[in-house]
Design a protein around this ligand. Structure first.
Ligand SMILES: [Zn+2]
Length: 614
């Protein structure tokens, strides 16, 4: 990969609006020097997520997620560092410069750029054909008959491929693209006499785009009886079927805002829903959702509502997707559309977007879905059918996230079998152990990811060090004076040791609007970046006075002395020289002096904790 020039990275950092970027995923409100909102990395009701707009850093006090602008984009868009810089450059109209690198990486990058440009031109070409061409009239009529207006078709850039053998090929070659380009982009098929021909002929074209809306490939549908009904792009350097999710680009903002996404089967289902005002809808490519597709969706929201056909294939595929999603910690629901309608027909039949949302509110949870599936799979009138149903239900009930959910299902099962809830409970005894296991696993999933967990494990000292560094930033004059006398060795954890340099650097710059180049911070690891973000965000969030700086400094020294005492105590008995016991005594005396000093720090009028501005 070619390296992006440092000047370009700085340019992107300067141009990007952190609040706007984060605002795509969660609603932010101004809170003192920071902005705050509900964390886009974990589920919560009250906001514990803060953004520092000038430094372009974020930190969550709930789950410990934190970092800089580029780190945020990397996380949410699942990109590497260079990808995140490119994403932002694209968004803010900055032309990146690359450092000289390997010829091969360069060639590959240029190759992909060329394919992208070809696919963009092909998309525009198919679009024009659908709107203008006489031969596309049946396609226009087909879409109109399905109740899809021009506006929504334009929004998703629908197109039409003419029935000829080399219509697109001719058009592309007119734009100086070669047959090899066309082959690599999956737009033509190699012909027998070495003359490639158009892959897509006489079909409605649905562009399959990446998260940024750039076409990677196409799904193409016939209007008649030709086989196959759907024809997709082959695997190319840009298009990978297992990752494709139709409409995700358009659905992203609404899905993040409503914190849920509807996954439907057909492209036209997405269009019909969007037209009805349900913007957070995407289509899977077939019913079998892959792990990669679930990962793409999970970056936007963890609440997935599946609306698939209730035929055998649909149920099987949905069941697999539900199990896979559950392993990934996603919350999955099954939306049942009545009368065997697909979502498009349902909203167009008069139910509209509100009707669809009402259905979704009645969606079954994973557990409900599986319980009903198990009950439907066996002949409950026969004793052995019941026995088999119970055997299956035992496993199914271990999926319950909470005892309440389990109890509700027990009652449902009792109803269906016309038994008392108590007898069902008795018959299902033996599921209890696995149920507890299920709860523990569910509990484990809900634990905050690394950041918070790690900080908690290190304990109070880490928190103390972070708050101390934050207080130094908040009180620059005092902070500079105090930090001048200490070095990395003063801190107990590697992350705060790493962060010390960045804090000193920020203090050295001084003045309002101070910013540290992102490239300067580029050397910090993900962990220390998280801690640095926490420090900066805390500095703007808590009310730190000069006295607080003093107190935190003293408390840290006390903690350090405490660590030294603990270490000495381990070896002091084996020390015959008596030197260690003398040292121990003097450390203990120092500890006492520090505690006295802490008590002597004047108490400020205002409390210095709990002053968070959110
Ligand atoms: Zn969080």
């Amino acid at each position: 990969m070619p390296r992006i020039a440092r000047a370009s990275i700085d340019q992107v950092q300067a141009a990007a609006d952190m609040v706007e970027i984060v605002g795509q995923y969660t609603e932010l409100r101004k809170a003192g020097a920071n902005y705050s909102g509900r964390c886009p990395f974990h589920e919560e009701r009250t906001p514990s997520f803060s953004v520092n707009p000038t430094e372009k850093l974020y930190y969550c006090f709930g789950c410990g997620a934190g970092g800089n602008l580029f780190g945020f984009v990397q996380e949410k868009e699942s990109l590497d560092f260079a990808g995140a810089v490119e994403y932002l450059a694209d968004r803010y109209g900055i032309a990146l410069e690359y450092e000289e690198t390997s010829a091969r990486g360069d060639a590959e990058r240029r190759r992909k750029e060329r394919l992208r440009s070809l696919l963009e031109q092909a998309t525009a070409y198919y679009e024009r054909v659908l709107v203008d061409a006489k031969t596309a009239a049946p396609a226009r009529e087909y879409l109109a008959a399905r109740g899809l207006g021009e506006e929504v078709c334009r929004q998703f850039r629908l197109g039409y491929s003419l029935p000829g053998w080399d219509k697109l090929r001719d058009a592309a070659r007119g734009h100086k693209f070669t047959d090899q380009d066309l082959l690599d982009a999956g737009l033509v098929v190699p012909g027998k006499q070495g003359r490639p021909y158009d892959r897509f002929r006489g079909r409605i074209m649905f562009p399959l785009a990446d998260d940024r809306g750039r076409t990677l490939g196409f799904g193409a549908r016939t209007m008649g009886d030709e086989k196959p009904k759907y024809l997709n792009s082959p695997e190319t350097p840009l298009y990978h079927k297992s990752e494709a999710v139709f409409g995700l680009h358009a659905a992203k903002a609404a899905a993040a805002r409503e914190d849920r996404v509807y996954v439907v089967e057909g492209y036209t289902d997405v269009l019909a829903l969007v037209q009805a005002g349900v913007h957070n809808a995407v289509a899977s490519m077939g019913t079998a959702l892959t792990e990669q597709q679930l990962k793409r969706l999970a970056r936007v929201t963890r609440n997935l509502y599946l609306c698939f056909d209730a035929d055998a294939a649909g149920i099987g595929a949905m069941s697999r997707a539900l199990t896979l999603g559950r392993k990934m910690g996603l919350s999955l629901h099954v939306v049942r559309v009545p009368d065997g309608l697909d979502p498009a027909d349902y909203v167009l039949s008069g139910a509209g977007g509100d009707g669809f949302r009402a259905l979704a509110d009645d969606a079954q949870t994973l557990l409900q879905f599986h319980v009903r599936l198990a009950l439907a799979a066996h002949d409950l009138d026969k004793p052995d059918g019941r026995a088999r149903a119970f055997a299956q239900l035992r496993g199914v009930l271990s999926e319950a996230a909470t005892p309440i959910e389990r109890d509700e299902e027990l009652r449902h099962i009792a109803d269906r079998l016309q038994l008392s809830a108590e007898s069902v409970r008795y018959l299902l005894a033996g599921s209890e152990r696995s149920v507890e296991g299920g709860e523990a696993a569910a509990e484990g999933r809900r634990e905050p990811p690394q950041g918070g967990g790690r900080a908690a494990a290190i304990g109070g000292v880490h928190e103390l060090e972070v708050r101390f560094l934050a207080s130094c930033l908040a009180q620059p004059a005092k902070g500079r004076a105090v930090l001048a006398g200490i070095d990395e060795g003063f801190f107990a954890t590697r992350e705060t040791r790493d962060a010390l340099g960045s804090v000193k650097e920020r203090l050295a710059l001084d003045g309002p609007g101070k910013t540290v180049s992102a490239a300067e911070d580029a050397g910090v690891t993900a962990e220390s970046g998280e801690v640095l973000a926490e420090i900066v965000v805390r500095a703007g969030r808590e009310h730190f006075t000069a006295n607080v700086v003093d107190e935190l400094f003293l408390r840290l020294q006390e903690a350090q002395v405490g660590r030294l005492i603990a270490r000495l105590k381990l070896t002091v008995q084996n020390d015959a020289t008596g030197r260690q016991s003398k040292e121990l005594a003097s450390l203990q005396a120092a500890g006492r002096r520090l505690r006295d000093a802490i008590r002597a720090v004047p108490v400020d009028e205002e409390p210095h904790e709990g002053q968070g501005t959110n």
